[in-house]
Design a protein around this ligand. Sequence first.
Ligand code: HEC
Length: 167
Amino acid sequence: MKAVLTLAASALLAAFVHTAAAAPASQKSIKHGEFLVGYGNCNDCHTPGWAQNGGQAPRDVLLTGGGFNFQGPWGTTYPPNLRLYFQNLTLKQWIQKARTLKARPAMPWWTFRYLSDRDLADMYAYIRSLGPAGKPAHDWVPPGQDAPPPYLKLVLPPPPQVQPAEH
Ligand code: HEC
């Protein structure tokens, strides 16, 4: 009898944990994620037309990638479609990614260091709440190879010397 009860209790617990994991993110979390994405300027590069329209885009275009593409000594880079990108990541994978990411220019990957895991979870909740839309952006094109326009061509001075930051 005791064993049956324990079994029933663990089945209940498993059901609860499962529901909790699959529960939709709270509005508060989504709102804060929207704020972080807005203030983190993610749309500048990841949303087509955002900068040209003074920071506006229809919802179905938000974060669909290839807003500003960049060409420089690293080749040509195309900001990925974050709405598709986030569909394929669990929250755990996203946090892991954000903590270890080193992307090519002009992705400011170092800005994630200022965000807590909670912030990253809110960002994840917001981007996932937009749902999948658009097509995947073009892949990175290595230097010296033909890359489809449009892109911003950057002619850069050598970077100033800095002491490595302690982070
Ligand atoms: C100045 C332009 C710019 C801004 C601002 C920007 N990105 Fe990016 N992002 C890029 C480019 C370009 C790439 C592709 C880099 C590459 O090909 O290595 C990229 C790549 C990424 C990737 C994929 C990394 C990988 O290799 O798996 C993620 C995730 C991402 N950006 C998220 C964000 C988020 C979130 C923000 C806002 C906090 C943001 N980006 C702001 C330009 C930008």
